[in-house]
Design a binder for this molecule. Structure first.
Ligand code: GRF
Length: 201
């Protein structure tokens, strides 16, 4: 069985979408462990309710990012994880984790990358006045929100949108495309060429 590790920092609605996809049999995988850098992350409770091991590892307990990443990599490897999914994980991941999981770390971002990387993507989109925004699942590289794009989905931006209404519309798409992207990556019929994620099968 293909084993996934999910890293979170907060409420975990994308984690819940992955759990639901596994439970419905739409994603042939097992979520082996959920790790949060915050002990109060709601997603930890969601994981436990689903019978998934849930760990809190506080990044502040480590002297450097490298040390924190090395610990994450160790916990994931100990559980034979093959694919790491960042789902609202609010820490930059560095070489120690990425080298341990080459082309095997995914992230979901609430904009149509490369537009609006980083924090507050929905607010950036509203301020810019774009008419369309969306969600992106991409492979994680050393460059923030810039790795090969696996799946994207667009949503309209309305005149009267607030951060809350736009975020909610994007979130519906996030929950749909994250399991889809994980399925695609686990399927293995793809390769990376430069920035491009290319489906081969
Ligand atoms: C999502 O909008 C995701 O795209 C971003 O952080 C948010 C996490 O939400 N990276 P949740 O914890 O999955 O509900």
């Amino acid at each position: 069985m293909r084993r996934i590790g999910v890293l979170i920092s907060g409420r975990g609605s994308n984690l819940q979408a992955l759990i639901a996809a596994v439970e419905r049999g739409e994603l042939e995988a097992q979520i082996a462990v959920v790790i949060s850098n915050r002990a109060d992350a709601g997603g930890l409770e969601l994981a436990r309710q689903a019978g998934i091991e849930a760990l809190a590892i506080n990044h502040r307990d480590f002297a450097t990012r490298d040390d924190f990443d090395a610990r994450l990599a160790q916990e994931l490897r100990d559980r034979q994880v093959g694919l790491v999914c960042l789902a609202g994980f609010m820490r930059l991941v560095g070489a120690r984790l990425l080298d341990a999981f080459p082309n095997a770390v995914l992230n979901i971002h609430p904009s149509l990358l490369p537009a609006f990387p980083g924090v507050d993507a929905q607010q950036q989109a509203l301020r810019h006045g774009v008419k369309v925004s969306g969600a992106t699942v991409h492979l994680v590289t050393g460059e923030l929100d810039a790795g090969p794009i696996v799946v994207q989905a667009s949503v309209p931006v309305r005149e009267d949108d607030t951060i809350a209404t736009l975020s909610a519309r994007i979130l519906v798409e996030e929950h749909r495309i994250y399991p889809e992207a994980v399925r695609m990556v686990l399927g293995g019929c793809w390769r990376v060429e430069g920035r491009r994620f290319i489906i081969t099968g």
